[in-house]
Design a protein around this ligand. Structure first.
Ligand code: SF4
Length: 247
C-alpha cells in the first residue's frame, strides 16, 4: 500500500477519534516510524500531555536553532525531566561562524528563508527517513496556511503526518491546559501566542491572529517545516531540498 492509500484508509477512522486514540492507532499502524516534533508552544504541550500518558517512549524531536528564548529551553528541560520525555535535540551541523560566512551577520533579517532552512529544515530532514511518520500539533485555526489541516495527510515533501489536534481550537487547548494544570511557556502570558526564535517572534495585540507575531512585517508565515501537501500523489509538490553538509 502506498502512502496515499494508507492515508485514505485511516482518515475516516482517525477523524472520529480523540487525540489519545489517534496516537495509539498511529503507533499500531506505524510502530517505530512514528516520531513527534515540538517547539513547546501551548498546542505542543497539549499533545505532549497525551503522548506522555499514551506512548511515553515516543521520540520527541526539538529543533534547537540556537535562537530559542530562555523560557522555551527551560520548559523543554523541565518536561524532559518531570514527564520523562524521550526528548532528542536536533541542531545544524554548522558552526555560527560557518553560518555567518554563508548568510551574513543577521540572516533572520536579511535572509530568513535560508536561516530557517539551515537551522530548522535541514536538521529535521536529516533526522527523518522516507518511512518516518510525523506526529505534530498543527491545528486548522492557527492560520490560513493551516486551515486545511487533516487528521492524516501527506506534506509537500511526501512525508506522512498525523495531526491529532487538527480540529482543536485555541480555546480547546487552553481549557485542556487549565483543566489539567499543565506547565506552559510563560511568554504566552506576555502576549506571545506563537513562540519560535527570539529574533522572529513578537507579542501580538489583542485580536491579532496566532501567527501574526512570527516574522512580523514580512510576508513569511511559515518556517518551511510544514509544507502544504495533498492526498493526490499527482498533486504533491516536490520541493527540491538542497543538502549543504559537505559543501
Ligand atoms: S525563525 Fe528566524 S532566527 Fe529562527 S531559524 Fe527562522 S529566520 Fe532564523
Amino acid at each position: 500500500m502506498n502512502k496515499v492509500q494508507i492515508a485514505e484508509k485511516l482518515e475516516k477512522t482517525l477523524e472520529r477519534l480523540d487525540p489519545r486514540e489517534i496516537i495509539s492507532l498511529a503507533y499500531q499502524e506505524f510502530g517505530e516510524h512514528l516520531v513527534m516534533t515540538t517547539a513547546f508552544g501551548y498546542s505542543g504541550i497539549v499533545l505532549l500531555s497525551y503522548v506522555k500518558d499514551t506512548l511515553p517512549q515516543l521520540p520527541v524531536y526539538f529543533i534547537d536553532t540556537r535562537f530559542h528564548f530562555e523560557e522555551t529551553l527551560k520548559l523543554a528541560e523541565k518536561l524532559k525531566s518531570e514527564w520523562k520525555l524521550n526528548l532528542i535535540y536536533l541542531s545544524t551541523g554548522f558552526t555560527e561562524n560557518e553560518l555567518k560566512d554563508k548568510l551574513g551577520p543577521k540572516p533572520y533579517k536579511t535572509n530568513p528563508d535560508w536561516c530557517c532552512h539551515y537551522r530548522k529544515v535541514e536538521p529535521l530532514l536529516d533526522a527523518f527517513s522516507e518511512e518516518t511518520v510525523w506526529l505534530n500539533s498543527t491545528r486548522r485555526d492557527q492560520s490560513h496556511t493551516r486551515s486545511k489541516t487533516r487528521a492524516i495527510e501527506i506534506d509537500g515533501r511526501g512525508q506522512l503526518k498525523v495531526n491529532p489536534l487538527f480540529n482543536w481550537t485555541k480555546d480547546d487547548c487552553w481549557n485542556h491546559i487549565r483543566k489539567y494544570d499543565l506547565p506552559y511557556n510563560p511568554l504566552h502570558d506576555q502576549f506571545y501566542p506563537s513562540i519560535g526564535c527570539w529574533p522572529c517572534t513578537h507579542p501580538v495585540d489583542e485580536g491579532g491572529s496566532e501567527r501574526d507575531g512570527r516574522w512580523a512585517g514580512s510576508e513569511k508565515v511559515e518556517c518551511g517545516l510544514h509544507l502544504n501537501g495533498s492526498r493526490q500523489t499527482s498533486q504533491i509538490t516536490t520541493i527540491p531540498v538542497k543538502k549543504f553538509k559537505g559543501d
